[in-house]
Design a protein around this ligand. Structure first.
Ligand code: COA
Ligand code: MG
Length: 278
């Protein structure tokens, strides 16, 4: 089966009917309807009720929809899970994950709903491998704002303070056979900065990047889609290895680099992803 195509994941505050109504037209592969930190405490109940009221009439374009609930232990968590059970989103995003037992409790409660875990604290990063193996976990999402605060980091222009956590997230996700999604880039008018941040995440192995503003979606989709040079290279790899195999050889040389069968699998994945990215 094809890998899911989740390049861009746009957070949409559930408290904004205007944003929700147009969200399907923003081009994001995934919309994350947010009941957590994008919504003020006083507005939580109204936001949940509003999202439920709108849910069925939303025009989603081609986007998949996840629901971000408040974290276990927060006063709105239970009511949010009840809403998730009624709405049956494509997945539930669980913030501030640190303890596998809490994830297991949510998994038991929402039978059959895929879970996407936010890793955004020091404890969460250190528990990422275990969290990723909890039942029905389909992906890990990195959140840099809470993470920076949790480790008392300051901000480096090259995001050096995030490197260890990002690498850990990708390792944990891959070891569990699930997906990894990078943090939003919060300076949402800085397109060049976003592009650098997204390229860095892609290089590290992330499958996609979350976004907080619709203006970020096109950049993220582009960065996480194979470009023409990558597609051409992938085609050359497949052709060269097929030719080599016909001659009874296992390896070939493409663009000055030795390639072997593992590269053919990678190349086919690139070609499939390119096809689906359009
Ligand atoms: N999802 C959907 N639509 C959004 C959006 C989002 N996250 N952010 C902005 N929009 C819409 C606006 O409603 C506006 O729509 P319109 O042109 O149809 O009226 C359009 O995009 C342009 O918005 P703009 O005026 O540039 O942004 P803003 O100044 O209104 O809002 C933010 C800026 C950061 C406050 C806003 O983008 C936001 O709330 N983002 C989400 C933050 C969030 O989810 N945080 C928690 C997760 S980390
Ligand atoms: Mg957060």
């Amino acid at each position: 089966m094809d890998d899911p195509l989740r390049r861009s994941l746009l957070y949409v505050p559930a408290s904004s009917e205007a944003m929700l109504r147009k969200a399907g037209a923003r081009g994001a592969d995934v919309l994350i309807v947010d009941l957590e930190d994008g919504v003020l405490p006083d507005a939580k109940d109204a936001a949940r009720a509003g999202a439920e009221r709108l849910w069925l009439e939303l025009d989603l374009g081609g986007s998949e929809v996840l629901l971000r609930v408040n974290a276990p232990g927060a006063p709105w968590h239970e009511a949010d899970l009840d809403a998730a059970a009624r709405l049956r989103p494509a997945g539930v995003v669980l913030p501030k994950c640190e303890e596998p037992e809490r994830v297991e409790a949510v998994a038991a409660r929402l039978d059959a709903t895929p879970l996407f875990l936010m890793i955004e604290t020091a404890r969460g990063v250190l528990a990422a491998a275990e969290l990723a193996r909890a039942p029905r976990v389909a992906g890990l999402l990195f959140g840099a704002a809470d993470f920076r605060a949790s480790i008392r980091a300051s901000r480096d222009p090259e995001e050096a303070e995030l490197a260890l956590a990002r690498g850990t997230l990708v390792l944990a996700a891959r070891a569990a056979g699930i997906e990894a999604f990078d943090t939003p880039f919060f300076e949402y008018r800085d397109e060049a900065g976003l592009e650098r941040s997204a390229r860095r995440a892609r290089t590290l192995g992330f499958d996609g990047k979350t976004a907080i503003h619709p203006g970020q979606v096109a950049v993220v989709n582009r960065v996480f889609s194979p470009d023409e040079a990558e597609v051409a290279h992938a085609r050359r790899v497949v052709a060269a290895l097929e030719a080599a195999a016909r001659e009874g050889r296992g390896v070939a040389t493409v663009d000055g680099e030795m390639v072997e069968p593992l590269h053919a699998a990678e190349a086919r994945r690139t070609l499939a992803r390119a096809r689906r990215s359009g």
